[in-house]
Write a protein that binds this ligand. Structure first.
Ligand code: SAM
Length: 211
């Protein structure tokens, strides 16, 4: 018996029961991206509890309920090009990978970015592209993006990311210092329309690249 598969199915069933996982396509995407693949040894046994966990370098892999909510809020149909800021372990990017056409993900901590790139490649997530760089700049060469997701919190959404969002696109981000709010911004007629989704706690978005 695949014990990890049973644990994974139980976590997904619990998220559905609690109302955190409402889209069956997102549930399937989470099944296809086993969270334990993305965790370093000390956190790996805890992969299927609904909590953020340490991935080293003072950073965390996001809580499954939050990944489910943010992924659902992106309203993906399968053909989109998605930019993620904050690769971390690579797990959120792997969840996105079966729900859209291409995932471009940027990480400022070089060692984390390299590890995520190796993990994603080893497990065949071939449409995920990892760049080590400062997410405040986005990824200009591949813009515009149909969707943008931030998994670290800036004080306010960086201008460059709005510039790289396609018309009709959606950007999901935790914003704020101290108290953070998860927002969904839509670009309509060149202007941004904002919904506030929930109070959240994310690591801060920091500028520059770290070795
Ligand atoms: N999505 C990740 C996952 O699935 O594991 C979780 C990301 S963790 C909560 C936030 C990540 O954002 C950290 O790895 C952090 O180094 C990164 N980060 C913070 N500021 C950044 C920036 N300016 N550019 C790129 N990455 C940044």
């Amino acid at each position: 018996m695949d014990f990890r598969r049973t644990e994974r199915a139980q976590l997904i069933a619990d998220l559905v029961t609690l109302g955190d996982l409402t889209d069956p396509r997102v549930a399937r995407a989470m099944e296809r991206a086993p969270r334990h693949w993305f965790l370093p040894d000390p956190s790996e046994p805890l992969a299927y509890i609904d909590a953020p966990l340490s991935i080293g370098w003072g950073q965390t892999i996001s809580q499954p309920a939050i990944v489910a909510q943010m992924t659902t809020a992106l309203e993906l149909n399968g053909g989109e090009r998605v930019l993620e800021i904050g690769t971390g372990s690579g797990w959120q990017a792997a969840v996105l990978s079966s729900l859209c056409a291409e995932v471009y993900t940027v990480e400022r901590i070089a060692a984390l970015g390299r590890r995520a790139r190796d993990t994603l490649s080893k497990h065949g997530f071939a449409n995920v592209h990892v760049r080590i760089g400062d997410g405040f700049e986005g990824w200009r060469e591949h813009a515009p993006f149909d969707r943008i997701i931030l998994t670290a919190a800036p004080r306010e959404t960086p201008r460059a990311l709005y510039d790289q969002l396609a018309e009709g696109g959606i950007l999901i981000a935790p914003v704020g210092e101290g108290e953070q709010v998860l927002v969904r911004d839509r670009k309509v007629g060149g202007a941004i329309q904002r919904d506030e989704l929930a109070a959240v706690v994310f690591v801060p978005m920091l500028g520059g690249v770290a070795a």
